[in-house]
Each structure stands twice: as structure tokens, then as C-alpha cells.
Write a protein that binds this ligand. Structure first.
Ligand code: ATP
Length: 240
């Protein structure tokens, strides 16, 4: 693209029938960048991710992935083009084992040997999951479930990974491990990551940049270290 952005969100306005929830939001992600999407409860983070995945109607604005306009593209076609949304750990199938959950993620992307390799690749990345491959989804801890949701998304070999509050409900130590794993996976696979989080400190600890949403508008965008150091901004929009 002209800007070289991996993901280019421009003037995105989205609502659920009533007044818009996002008002002309613009965010660029450069290839390989980890960007934290921050903001209080109800700021519009989930809605933005849903719009990226094509799960909610976009009133105006555009979403471009590697220069291609995907604003009106179906969800499954966006996935084929490399966009993966990791919803929370609830998306893990409780009745299926870890291995079966991963196989489910690999179904449409890989066959035969390629499928086995993709699954082995996830176990290499997430060793705790490999030890739990025969455990059912409902037997997993919150951290393991989140890791499985992430692993399942990675099997599709996305170029852009969007995550919705992966730290939700996890103990601090587990959050730290998950963030480190995410950072590592992104670096190893050259992924571009948009990480929606209420856990500001954790998200900024692995992000290159942060974008702050408030009432559906971008109110700040800066290097992660600058945002972390900005006490006035933290106090105004991030609640600490
Ligand atoms: P949270 O961390 O609570 O998920 P968020 O920043 O992700 O917050 P959204 O979930 O995107 O925010 O919600 C933004 C606004 O949109 C809120 O005011 C919410 O009430 C509203 N909203 C979300 N989903 C719907 C829906 N399905 N129908 C109508 N309004 C909705």
C-alpha cells in the first residue's frame, strides 16, 4: 500500500442500529507491530474487533489488509486472507480435547501431513498445551483455555491477529506468561497483532504502540512506553 500498513482502519463508523458506537476511528498497524487497543469498559474495543472480522455492519469507513479493501468482505474470506480474531477462552469447545479443538481449527486450512505439522507447530509454541493434549476443554484452567484459543487461531497461519481481552479472569502470573508467549509467537511468525485489553500494564509491556479509545473515538496513540509514562492520560481514560 501507499503507507505500507499491514492493517489500515480509516474513518470507521459502526453502530448497532441506534447511535454509532465507533465514530470515525482510524488506526494503522505496520507489519510485525504489536499494538495495544486500550480503553475503559464500553469504549468500543470489542466492537472494533468485530468490525475487523466482519461480524458487525460498518456504516462508513474502510478496513484494508495488506492494501486490500475488506470492508464488505465476508468473515470467512477475511480469515482466508490472513485475518484471525481470537475471541475469549469461551470459544474453546468444552466437550472436545485440546487435540480435537486444534484439529477443528485446522479443518479448513490444512489436510493430511500439513495438518499434523500445523498442530505440532502449536504444541512447540505452547508446551503446556502439549502436556494437556488429551484433556477436555472443560478440564482446562483459564490460562490453558486462552492459550488453546490462541493456538487454534494460529493454526490458520494468519498474518494479522486480533485478540479480545485474553487476560480476562486470569491470575497475574498467568497473564504475564500468556503475554510473553504472545509476544514470542508474534515475533517468531512475523505477525501483526492488535491486542484489545483492559489490563493496560500487561498489554503495554509487550506492545510497540498503544491506541486509546474513549466513547468510540481515538483519544491517544503513541509509543507504548510513552503511554505507560503518561500519568494524566492513564488517569483520564484508563482508570489508574
Ligand atoms: P468491554 O471491555 O466491556 O467489552 P468495549 O470497549 O469492548 O468494552 P464494546 O463492547 O465494543 O466496548 O461496547 C461499546 C458500546 O457498544 C457500549 O456502549 C455497548 O453497550 C454497546 N454495544 C455493544 N454491543 C452491542 C449490541 N450488540 N447492541 C447494542 N449495543 C451494543
Amino acid at each position: 500500500t501507499a503507507t505500507g500498513a499491514a492493517l489500515q482502519i480509516e474513518g470507521l463508523t459502526v453502530g448497532y442500529g441506534g447511535a454509532p458506537v465507533l465514530h470515525g476511528v482510524s488506526i494503522d498497524l505496520h507489519p510485525g507491530e504489536v499494538v495495544a487497543l486500550l480503553g475503559a469498559n464500553g469504549a468500543g474495543k470489542t466492537t472494533l474487533l468485530r468490525a475487523l472480522a466482519g461480524l458487525v455492519h460498518v456504516a462508513s469507513g474502510t478496513v484494508r489488509l495488506d492494501g486490500t479493501d475488506l470492508t464488505r468482505t465476508r468473515t470467512e474470506d477475511r480469515a482466508r486472507r490472513g485475518l484471525a480474531l481470537v475471541p475469549d477462552g469461551q470459544s474453546v469447545v468444552a466437550e472436545l480435547t485440546v487435540d480435537e479443538n486444534l484439529r477443528l481449527g485446522a479443518l479448513w486450512r490444512h489436510r493430511g501431513r500439513a495438518r499434523e505439522q500445523a498442530i505440532a507447530g502449536v504444541y512447540e509454541l505452547f508446551e503446556p498445551l502439549a502436556r494437556r493434549r488429551a484433556a477436555a476443554g472443560h478440564q482446562l484452567s483459564g490460562g490453558e483455555r486462552q492459550m488453546l484459543a490462541l493456538g487454534r487461531a494460529l493454526i490458520a497461519e494468519p498474518t494479522l491477529l486480533a485478540l479480545d481481552e485474553p487476560s480476562l479472569g486470569l491470575a497475574p502470573l498467568v497473564v504475564a506468561q500468556l503475554m510473553a508467549t504472545l509476544r514470542d509467537a508474534a515475533a517468531r511468525r512475523g505477525l501483526t497483532v492488535l491486542l484489545a485489553e483492559q489490563n493496560v500494564t500487561s498489554a503495554l509491556s509487550i506492545a510497540d504502540r498503544g491506541v486509546v479509545l474513549d466513547l468510540g473515538r481515538v483519544v491517544a496513540a503513541a509509543a507504548a512506553s510513552d503511554l505507560a509514562a503518561d500519568a494524566a492520560l492513564r488517569h483520564a481514560y484508563l482508570g489508574f
